[in-house]
Structures are given as C-alpha cells and as structure tokens.
Design a protein around this ligand. Sequence first.
Ligand code: SAM
Length: 197
Amino acid sequence: MISYYGELCTKMYESDKSLADGKELDFYLSFADRKDISVLEPMCGNGRMLIPFMQRDIQIEGFDISEDMLKVCIEKGNINKLEPKVYYQKIEESSDWIQLEKRYINNEWIVISKKAQYHKEQSTLFTKLKYQVVTEDKIEKTEIMDFPLRLYDVKEFENILKTNGFRHIQLHEVKDGYGEGNHFHVFECSLTELNNE
Ligand SMILES: C[S@@+](CC[C@H](N)C(=O)[O-])C[C@H]1O[C@@H](n2cnc3c(N)ncnc32)[C@H](O)[C@@H]1O
C-alpha cells in the first residue's frame, strides 16, 4: 500500500521527533519574538514546532497533507491541554488569507477570511472560507469551509438546460440581490407547456 506520511511513518516520526527543543526551536522562535503576530506553519506535520510555539502563547496555525500527522498533532496538543488549529491543505494550493469582514455577533467577534484559486481547466473557483472567533487578539475557534463554485458561460448553461429537456428558457438579471450593488443571473425555464401557449 502506497501512502505519504501514513500511519506507520507517522508513528516512527513521532517516536524520535515528537517535540522540537534546544537550538533548533530557539532558531524558529527567534522569528516570533513579538506578541502581535500570528504564525502560519505550512507542512506542520505532527506539530513538532507548532506545539512548542503554542506552549509559549504564540498564535500559530498549520496545515499539512498527511491526515495521520495532523491527527497526532491534535492528540498531542490535547494531552498538553492545547487545541492546535491545524487543517488539511496542500502547500501548492495555499495562498494568503484575505480578511473580508469582522462582525460582532452575540458578544463575540467573528472574523471571516477567504482565499481563492481559479482552476481554468475545470472552470471552477475553489474558495476556502475561514470563520474565526477572536477575543482580545486570541483565536478561540476556527472553522474552515470549502466553497467551490463552477462558473458557467450563459450559453453553456442554457445548453445544459436544453439538453435536459427544459424549454421557455429566459434569463433574468437580479439587481441588488444579497444587498445593494450585487447582481446575479437567474434562469427561468419549464419542463411543461406554459398555460398561455
Ligand atoms: C519532515 S515533515 C516536517 C514536519 C514538521 N514541520 C517538523 O518540523 O517536524 C514534512 C511534512 O510535510 C508534509 N508535506 C509534504 N508535502 C506537502 C505538501 N505538498 N503540502 C502540505 N504538506 C506537505 C508531510 O505530510 C509532512 O508532514
């Protein structure tokens, strides 16, 4: 069976590379010597760096493509009474988070950020949305949502409807939907004859 940083590899890694310390850790910590920054660790694996950072109250989150490594990272964090904010992601697909807005709901601030990548061959915009509860600059909770959107050309979508037996296809433009200034399209169509025909 082929795997990448799979269960057994992770076990071996964890057995002698569980938590960083000494000069190596000091080297990485030297880049996070301010309290007002948050750190992103791509390829965080089993949290060898991420957990010692958290133990020093440094805001850090990480991502990795190995579910086994991420599982160990979370479990190890929990044993140390920490809740690592780690998630599955390929480094090739990572781009910077852009903060969209911050809203005060039921006595807490929720910050929404997004990052997006357009895959031309699939005509799809792959967006990730990140919702975070932030209290006094501390991230209390993180929720990541995958939000892929397949983008259609108007004619392409019309053809799909026709191929599926729809008729009387009419395209409407909805103005100010989801708030002022936004507009989107809605297709009206029918499978049966219209009454006035
Ligand atoms: C040698 S480990 C390092 C883990 C940790 N940063 C440390 O210092 O111990 C390499 C990690 O990179 C992850 N990785 C490899 N290729 C990746 C990719 N394309 N995207 C995200 N993570 C990746 C692996 O799953 C593995 O957990």
